[in-house]
Ligand binder design. Structure first.
Ligand code: ZN
Length: 317
């Protein structure tokens, strides 16, 4: 009989839980909106209740549970150091209450690290041994698989590829540094560039699209698709910078493949073309053979990532 795990994806808008088998099939799934005003104590209770209810409703007997969530996670201690989705969620151990309630081992993982292991096991990273995964969304996250195992580092914080510094004189990043990859190319960074273009009166198309709304990366891309050269140049430049960041990491890690997921992939070749070009131009020797692949897990990336982590933990060190 195939082994089952309980996987949870604690996102900014949704709290999802599912029963997943060893082939990455989602057998049962529950979906709840993330409560915007929950206190840390209430949030823990909510997660524990949802997971318990999922197990009960599915009638399954999972061997372990894993929660994937954004933020700084000390995976080795099961601790959320900081989570952007829940105000005041600092230094909270989430795994102990889950393990106590369900009576099975419980784990937690940064969502981008989990996504890397998910793509490695169930998606576009199958067949590789060494994998670099990048999540390209509101921010930039990453995960590293070495020799078929998730690389966590000393404190379980490894993979924060959004905070390598590309331009020390660049814009301020949410982490406090300047010119991080995430501060230059991400949903937030593209929105900031769109705002700048509007302030400078540089794009009539963008101005018409945005109207009185807050400019977003989607507006920037839409204007570029409508032929606005300035907006297109911003996205192409973002792709180039992304390529420099990922290319640097490829030279450090020499992975078999680089897999990508996240909302910015909707920008397609306008972003990915210059990215590949920059990666190729700086690849050191045969490192240029690292293939760039689009992730295959889609909206299940978080859930299947969490499931992959649970299976890896069950298999032991
Ligand atoms: Zn940063």
């Amino acid at each position: 009989m195939t082994r089952l795990v309980l996987a949870a994806d604690f996102g900014g808008t949704h709290l999802r839980a599912a029963i997943v088998d060893e082939r990455g099939e989602v057998l049962f799934r529950e979906d709840h909106p993330t409560p915007p005003q929950a206190s840390p104590g209430e949030a823990v209770q909510l997660v524990v209740d949802l997971l318990a209810r999922t197990v009960e409703a599915s009638g399954a007997a999972p061997a372990a549970a894993c929660i994937a969530t954004a933020g700084l996670i000390n995976a080795n201690e099961g601790k959320v150091i900081f989570a952007p989705n829940i105000a005041g969620f600092r230094n909270v151990v989430l795994t102990t209450p889950v393990a106590q309630r369900l009576g099975i081992p419980a784990y937690i993982e940064n969502d981008a690290s989990a996504a890397a292991l998910g793509e490695y096991r169930f998606g576009a990273g199958r067949g590789t041994r060494h994998l670099l995964h990048a999540t390209l969304g509101t921010g930039i996250g990453g995960g590293i698989v070495i020799d078929g195992r998730l690389y966590r580092g000393a404190q379980g914080l490894a993979g924060e590829i959004g905070h390598i510094i590309i331009d020390p004189a660049g814009p301020r990043c949410t982490c406090g540094s300047r010119g991080c990859l995430e501060a230059l190319v991400s949903g937030v960074a593209f929105a900031a560039r769109a705002r700048k273009l509007l302030e400078q009166g540089k794009s009539a198309v963008l101005k018409e699209l945005v109207g009185y709304a807050e400019p977003t990366a989607v507006h920037l891309f839409e204007a570029a698709k409508r032929g606005d050269r300035t907006c297109e140049a911003e996205i192409r430049n973002g792709g180039h910078i992304l390529g420099l960041g990922l290319g640097s990491l490829v030279n450090v890690l020499n992975p078999d493949a680089v897999t990508l997921s996240g909302g910015l992939l909707a920008m397609g070749e306008m972003l990915l073309g210059p990215m590949r070009e920059a990666m190729g131009s700086m690849a050191y020797g045969p490192a240029s053979g690292a293939l760039v692949r689009i992730g295959e897990l889609g909206e299940n990336t978080g859930l299947l990532g969490a499931a992959a982590v649970a299976f890896e933990r069950l298999e032991g060190d």
